[in-house]
Structure formats: C-alpha cells, structure tokens
Design a protein around this ligand. Structure first.
Ligand code: SAM
Ligand code: SF4
Ligand code: SF4
Length: 354
C-alpha cells in the first residue's frame, strides 16, 4: 500500500473541523433532459457549448483522483453529472472505482445519481461492475407535470421501468430524489409518498435550491421541508428518526404505521453546512468545496502537468487536495439571503456534479 506521506487521513479537517468523507464525481456535463430547475432548454439549446472530450477527465484520471481522495478520508463516492449514464462505457469506470479500498482496507460506498432514462439497459452491467446503489431523480408520477419539469416530455413509465430494473439488478434500496417547486409539482407530493411505500423505494424531498444562475430561483418557489412533512404526516403519520452518522444530508422520518421512511433535504430552510463533509469533482477536473462556490481548483492541471512528464507523484496530487481542504470555510447555505442568491459568479449544478 502507498504511504500516506505528509497528510494523514485522520488529521485532515477544514477550518470548521469538518473531515473529508464524500466525493461526488461528475463524469460528464451533458444530459438528455432539460429540467427547468437545472438546465432550462432556453439556455441549454442546440448551440450550447458543452466541454470538448479532450477537456473531460479520462477514466484513468478520475480513478487516480478518487484514490487520492480516499487516502485522505473519503469513504463514499457518488457518480453524477450531467447525466452519468450518457458517458460511454461507464461500467468500466465503476469497475476501476470499486477496486479502491480505504486505508483500513474497507470497500467504498459506491453510488450513482441518475435520471434513469438508460437504467433498463445499464443496471445489470453497473451492478456487475461493482456499483452498490442508485438514486433516481423523479419529480412527479403525472406525465404532464413530469414532462414539463424534465423539459423533454420524458414519460414517467420509462423511469419506473428503470427503477424496476435497478431493483432487479440488486442496486437497492433505491432512493428517489424529488425536487419540489411551489405551484409546479406540489400536487405530486402525496401521490409520490403513497407510491414510494408500495414500490419499496426511499423517497427524499429536496428543497428547490438557488444553484447556478439560469433557473431564476426565488425564495417563494421553495416549499419548506416542515410544510412537506406536515402534508405527508396528515395522511400518513410520521415519526422523526435520529441521524445515522455525522454529515447525513437527509432528515429522516419513518411511517408510524407499517414500514418505510421519507427523507427531507432542507438545504434552504435548514442548512447543514456545519456537518458538510462533501467535495465535488467536475467533469473537467475542478475540485469544488461547496455547491455554491464561484470557483474550483484545477486538478486536471496538476494531473496533466507537462513538467511532471507523465511521472506525477500521487503525493503531489494528495498535497494539492489536502491544501485546499485545510483552508475550506464554506457555509453558503447558512449565510444565504435573497441577495446572495443572485451574487455572481456561481457554477451550475450540472457542471460541477450535483
Ligand atoms: N442527471 C442526474 C439526475 O438528475 O439524477 C444527476 C445529476 S443532477 C444535477 C443531481 C440531482 O440534483 C438531481 O436529483 C436533481 O433533481 C438535483 N437538482 C438539480 N438542480 C436542482 C435545484 N435547483 N435544486 C435542488 N435540486 C436540484
Ligand atoms: Fe439532467 Fe439531472 Fe439536471 Fe435534470 S437534474 S437536467 S436530469 S443533470
Ligand atoms: Fe456544504 Fe456548501 Fe451546501 Fe453548506 S452550502 S452544505 S458547505 S455544499
């Protein structure tokens, strides 16, 4: 095993004493959906300039970066995008990442967030390659509502079929992310909660966030988590559950009767920056320490440094990552106001890895 060098995994914390535990890896900035809250089609049209292939990290580069992050304390990798399933040969990357072990020899928690459009085809190969679980984004069971939100009229039935394929392939328990927007899909909240109980999936409601600058976010569009809990609780009584570990993003409730639970990701009304242990790697190799940051740190430049002439020492990369994490003091959601939400510059969520 490689020596840890100057940086020990146990010692690495940021300025607010937060360790580095999760890495979200964006494998592409492209997507076949145009969700209104993420990549509105008015902005991301046919002439939008996505990254050329040469600027996107190769699988070998992603694996190398992931190994370094794991040596610094990361226990959980989540593949995301854009839509990760549009990246060709994704199972090959999953296989490479699944072979990484933590310093204590334990395997990683390896997951993927997807719109499920290609999950019927990909679930089997991904599971065989070593993927642990999937999270599927689904904002409504109503085709008219979902079609308008995904921007391309993608049908609900195909997403449900993708979820079934994931369950059959052993990629469960499947989590479902539902972004709730005031006046757009509030009426889908109860049908989704009822469905989740019968479908054997864990539903997580996500407060609509002011990521990026293209979605025209307003505080009025956010349905607060407390309101969502009250809505579900009135029909299906809920009991609050304690967090399972430090940095758990979702606040969880279990159904008082029968089985199942729901989660709330209340990044707007109940920010959880104090426990935020997440880093993000964009498709072109920028390392972001916060979802709302204006700038990332260019790890691709370190990886492709001509001076290293292909002989880059992992210790150099490790120190570059650790140096960024040590001075991290991000807590955007705790400081958010209407005014800061329009502050420039800010990277789009699909570009940095949601
Ligand atoms: N394409 C994949 C998908 O949709 O699952 C992965 C990438 S997507 C950026 C990751 C997650 O971010 C999705 O669950 C999506 O619903 C969520 N998301 C995107 N924009 C958001 C916003 N403005 N507020 C809250 N969640 C958002
Ligand atoms: Fe694509 Fe996911 Fe963004 Fe929707 S939320 S546009 S599926 S990246
Ligand atoms: Fe973490 Fe930044 Fe979100 Fe706070 S705002 S929880 S620091 S990603």
């Amino acid at each position: 095993m490689e020596p840890l060098g100057a940086v020990s995994a146990t010692a690495l914390v940021d300025r607010l004493e937060r360790p580095l535990r999760d890495l979200r890896i964006s494998v592409t900035d492209r997507c076949n959906f145009r969700c209104t809250y993420c990549m509105p089609k008015e902005v991301f049209g046919a002439d939008y300039a996505f990254l050329p292939r040469s600027e996107v990290l190769t699988f070998e580069e992603i694996e190398r970066v992931a190994r370094v992050f794991v040596s610094l304390g990361v226990e959980k990798l989540r593949l995301t995008g854009g839509e990760p399933l549009v990246r060709r040969d994704l199972p090959a990357l999953v296989e490479m990442l699944a072979s990484i072990r933590r310093p204590d020899g334990q395997p990683l928690d390896l997951t993927l967030t997807t719109n499920a459009s290609a999950l019927r085809k990909m679930a089997g190969p991904l599971a065989a390659a070593g993927l642990g679980r999937v999270t599927v984004s689904l904002d409504s069971l109503d085709d008219a509502v979902f079609g308008a939100m995904n921007g391309v009229d993608f049908p609900v039935a195909k997403v449900l079929d993708g979820i079934a394929a994931a369950q059959a392939a052993g990629l469960g328990p499947v989590k479902i992310n539902m972004v709730v927007r005031r006046g757009i899909n509030e009426s889908s909240v109860l049908p989704m909660a009822r469905w989740a109980r019968t479908a054997g999936v864990t539903l997580r409601f996500i407060e609509y966030m002011d990521v990026g600058h293209t979605n025209g976010w307003r505080m009025d569009d956010v349905v607060p988590a407390d309101e969502l809990v009250a809505l579900v609780d009135a029909e299906m009584p809920l009991v609050a559950e304690p967090p399972r570990y430090r940095g758990e993003v979702a606040t969880r409730y279990r159904h008082a009767e029968g089985t199942g639970e729901i989660g709330l990701i209340a990044s707007v009304t109940k920010p959880f920056c104090g426990d935020c242990t997440r880093a993000r790697l964009s498709a072109e190799g920028r390392f972001y320490t916060c979802l709302f940051t204006g700038d990332g740190h260019d790890l691709r430049a370190v990886l492709r440094d001509p001076a290293a002439a292909g002989a880059l020492d992992d210790a150099v990369l490790r120190e570059a990552v650790a140096a960024v994490w040590r001075v991290r003091d991000d807590r955007y959601s705790e400081e958010r106001t209407e005014a800061t939400s329009t502050r420039l510059p800010r990277i789009e969520m699909f570009a940095m890895g949601g």
